[in-house]
Design a binder for this molecule. Structure first.
Ligand code: ZN
Length: 390
């Protein structure tokens, strides 16, 4: 059975890679392609859009014999991180096959999973399913999970209920039962330019950015001390890091602009709130009055790029039990990067993360997925179908 579906899976993956769905760019052509495949199998689809209607989430359903049964959601994001073609050995947007691997941007994160779900759709469609199967493909997961909340709100409005959701992020087909949250910020500092020989003539945005950084590093240490009994994660505490600092034009000019890009990976909402409150209070009470005192044009502004809630381990989780049962993997692992799992879970859907490919290849130059992982994923989906007819 797997060998029969596999060539079709590769063909679909080739096509998916051709759509250059970098986060923020339009994914409408890809969504239309997926919708056509699913609708051909008899699925009913609806879409939710971003404000400018340039991006869409697709939610498609293959109905069961008994319409009242709660279904199973297969979920993936359609966006990919950018790729610089000059760094790659082959074109990142053309599937390149070698040594039983497919290379291309998004092969493992996570168009490989989407290709598997599309390839098995006709099999689900031709079976007498006891419960419906749903296909959920979202936009802009990589930049703060912007698409998923729209589709989840829409599902609420439609009063749809689900028994389980499988998110096919690359886990080497292991069942992942929890992940840390992911908060991303950029803080802009506006000072006043001037000649370096007269420091009082300007305001160095860089100096304020450094004070802000010091505060963040203080909070980073406090997060380690706040370590709970949560031993699920590695490291077992919330982390904070500054990933980029930019500003200034040269040693002899007072920098009028500086920005910091930083992130927090909280193990719980308390830690997320702790960082937000402390850094915001520090700016409001100390740093902003100081910069304004020197010049009213001075400013500090924190922009939230994305705040994605963590995914918590569920007691007796229906979806974890389902996937462990099918795959035989009982490792109950966790991850330290954010996914849409927490969002699905927070809207009351039992969720598990399990998909083909390794996170080591995600977001990398020459990203690839192995045939072996794709076949393992197809095997899981075919076994899932078997379970849904019995
Ligand atoms: Zn991903």
């Amino acid at each position: 059975m797997i060998d029969k579906i596999f060539p079709e899976t590769l063909k679909i993956l080739d096509n998916l890679i051709k759509f250059q769905t970098v986060s923020g760019a339009s994914n409408l052509d890809l969504i239309q392609y997926c919708e056509e495949i699913l609708n051909k199998s008899g699925a009913k689809s609806f879409k939710t859009f971003n404000k400018s209607s340039t991006q869409a989430n697709l939610f498609s359903t293959l109905e069961a014999e008994n319409a009242n049964q709660k279904g199973i959601v297969l979920s993936g994001h359609t966006d990919v991180v950018p790729a610089n073609p000059s760094d790659w050995a082959s074109d990142p947007y053309v599937a390149f096959k070698k040594d039983d691997k497919v290379y291309g941007r998004g092969t493992c994160d996570m168009k490989g999973f989407i290709a598997c779900t599309l390839a098995v759709a006709p099999l689900f469609a031709s079976s007498k399913l006891k419960k419906p199967v749903h296909f959920s493909y979202t936009f802009d997961e990589e930049t703060g999970c912007l698409g998923a909340p729209l589709v989840l709100a829409d599902l609420k409005k439609r009063n749809l209920d689900f028994s389980a959701c499988i998110i096919g992020e690359p886990t080497n087909m292991k069942a992942i039962v929890a992940n840390k949250g992911y908060n991303e910020y950029v803080t802009h500092f506006t000072g006043l330019s001037g000649h370096a020989s007269n420091p009082d003539s300007g305001i160095s945005a860089i100096e304020y950015a450094l004070e802000y950084s010091n505060k963040l590093m203080e909070l980073k240490k406090q997060l380690i001390k706040r370590k709970t009994n949560n031993r699920l994660f590695s490291p077992p505490y919330s982390t904070l890091q500054i990933g980029k600092i930019s500003g200034g034009i040269g040693a002899n000019v007072i920098a009028d602009k500086c920005s910091l890009e930083w992130e927090v990976r909280p193990i719980n909402k308390d830690d997320s709130d702790f960082v937000t409150k402390n850094i915001d209070d520090f700016v409001k009470e100390i740093l902003l009055p100081k910069i304004k005192k020197n010049n009213s044009k001075g400013n500090i502004e924190k922009k939230v790029i994305g705040e994605v809630v963590g995914f918590n381990k569920e007691e007796n989780s229906e979806s974890v039990n389902l996937v462990c049962n099918i795959t035989g993997d009982n490792s109950n692992g966790t991850m330290s990067f954010g996914t849409e799992a927490g969002l699905f879970q927070n809207s009351g859907i039992s969720t598990v993360i399990c998909g083909p490919g390794s996170i080591d290849q995600a977001h990398t130059v020459d990203e690839y997925i192995t045939y072996e992982q794709l076949k393992k994923c197809l095997k899981m989906l075919v076994s899932l179908k078997e379970k849904m007819v019995n």
